[in-house]
Design a protein around this ligand. Sequence first.
Ligand code: AMP
Length: 317
Amino acid sequence: MSILVVGSVALDTVETPFGRVENALGGAATYFSTAASLYTNVKLVAVVGDDFPEEHVEFLRGRGVDLTGLQRRHGQTFHWAGRYEYDNLNNAQTLDTQLGLFAEFDPVLPEDYRDAECLFLANIDPVLQLKVLEQVRRPKLKVLDSMNFWISSNKPKLTEVISKVDVVLMNEGEALQYAETFSLVTAARTILALGPKVVLAKKGEYGAALFADRTYFFSPAYPLEVVKDPTGAGDTFAAGFLGYLDRAGEYSLSAMKRAVVHGSTVASFTIEDYSVDRLRTLTMDEIEQRADHFRHFTDADGEPIFEALQVSSLAGN
Ligand code: AMP
């Protein structure tokens, strides 16, 4: 049971309508590792510079994340700055991306990383994703995430990586951008034709859709009243999805549908606070409880379960 992840470990400056954080712990692989470590063993491959606070390394170590593959080098850590507007909390506007040491990073996997059962190619240069993919021996599941930045800057390499993985995870808008279409079904068909068995499209507060051969499955997002910072929702969706599958040791389509619900659940916690802060205290009990609610959301004959909408509590009784 283990997941190998490669992706950004970053310092993020994020502005939302509710506040701002500067140089906070971020990065796709950071969010993923923090959340997935609730489910299983995580092995991280990334690089950070002299400006990366040691307390962040200690935090990840304290979660049990294997950091043998985390290099600390002389130079600058990946830095991302983004903003969310009130009317579009689902899509970050990138203000600045500084690759820092990732621009010249050469990931060489420690020997025991090569036998990981699951591989998560989190958001980073597809050239690096491919280098990692080529070093892993026989992973049972290979999952890829990417974003507009890499679609625009290196689509041919991204296409090569897509053709070598089992599951492609993308934001809805990015899947449309990649396939140059306005229809998510067409985008999914285009990506599936390249080789993957499953396409998972994330739709922010509108949920997530799974496409596979003759299969469509949809999970809503968890209805929330408090959203502070949507950053990391996608990466922790991936963590719930892969964490669930790796822990179950099962990779069938029906297991993947259940895993989508876990992805939606974990993402819903992440956005309740800035950076990885909500994940610091999150427990598996809380995840299981919230995941269980999803069964009722689309069942017309279901029981009332949604305590947040208990009318007496709204009236303050
Ligand atoms: P998401 O889960 O999609 O909200 O991912 C948020 C994280 O992605 C942030 O913490 C950023 O540091 C990281 N990020 C932003 N742009 C990139 C990029 N071009 N490559 C890799 N990671 C990125």
